[in-house]
Design a protein around this ligand. Structure first.
Ligand code: SF4
Ligand code: SF4
Length: 193
């Protein structure tokens, strides 16, 4: 029996697993802990829990372990794990789910700088329709208070013309419509959860 066909027969083991299945369409209970995801993950060395461990904690409903973990905040969304999983568990999507659920439940992100980067990047794209790196850097610095980190790198990028001093607003209206639509879908999902 293929992983896809047997997935329907495997019921979520915990409330957390049910949330991930219902909200994100991934059944973590298909995992049989082979460890292939963790073995292929290029960021696993920096994570507090390897991807397979985080999946197992989700299955056991260990909210504190999952939502206080650094793992999902460090995930680079490269999808190597998803590609390697013999059980077709979309681990990269589970990492997104863990981040979204942690924020919704009021857990302080274990990697606050990563969360700040996400917020700065999204706000930038929403406003300008595409990434304006110089503005994004200013926004990130204001969120983190880390004003002097990477100054030399910034200067080098400016010298090489990699940082535009003024933004372009091309696509900003379309981006605004997309963000509004996503917001209303999120509101519907939260109401249903
Ligand atoms: S590769 Fe898939 S089955 Fe193996 S441990 Fe990771 S999630 Fe579980
Ligand atoms: S998607 Fe994330 S968890 Fe999966 S291999 Fe890439 S960095 Fe690791």
């Amino acid at each position: 029996m293929s992983a896809v066909r047997s997935a329907a027969a495997v019921k979520p083991s915990s409330g957390l697993a049910t949330l991930v299945l219902d909200g994100f369409g991934t059944n973590v209970n298909m995992c049989f802990q082979c460890g292939r995801c963790a073995a292929g993950c290029p960021i696993a060395y920096a994570m507090d829990y390897a991807p397979a461990q985080l999946i197992h904690a989700l299955r056991l409903g260990m909210e504190d372990v999952v939502f206080n973990s650094r793992t999902m905040w460090l995930c680079a969304a490269c999808e190597t794990c998803t590609t390697r999983c013999p059980q077709e568990v979309d681990i990269a999507k589970v990492m997104d789910a863990a981040k979204i659920l942690a924020v919704r439940r009021g857990f302080k992100p274990a990697m606050s700088s990563v969360r700040a980067f996400h917020q700065a990047a999204m706000a930038n794209i929403k406003r300008f329709g595409r990434m304006w790196e110089a503005g994004m850097i200013v926004s990130l610095k204001l969120r983190t208070g880390d004003y002097f980190k990477d100054m030399d790198l910034g200067k080098r990028m400016l010298r090489k013309g990699k940082l535009k001093l003024l933004p372009s607003f091309t696509g900003s209206r379309r981006a605004g419509r997309i963000f509004s639509r996503v917001k209303s879908v999120e509101r519907e999902e939260i109401e249903q959860s």
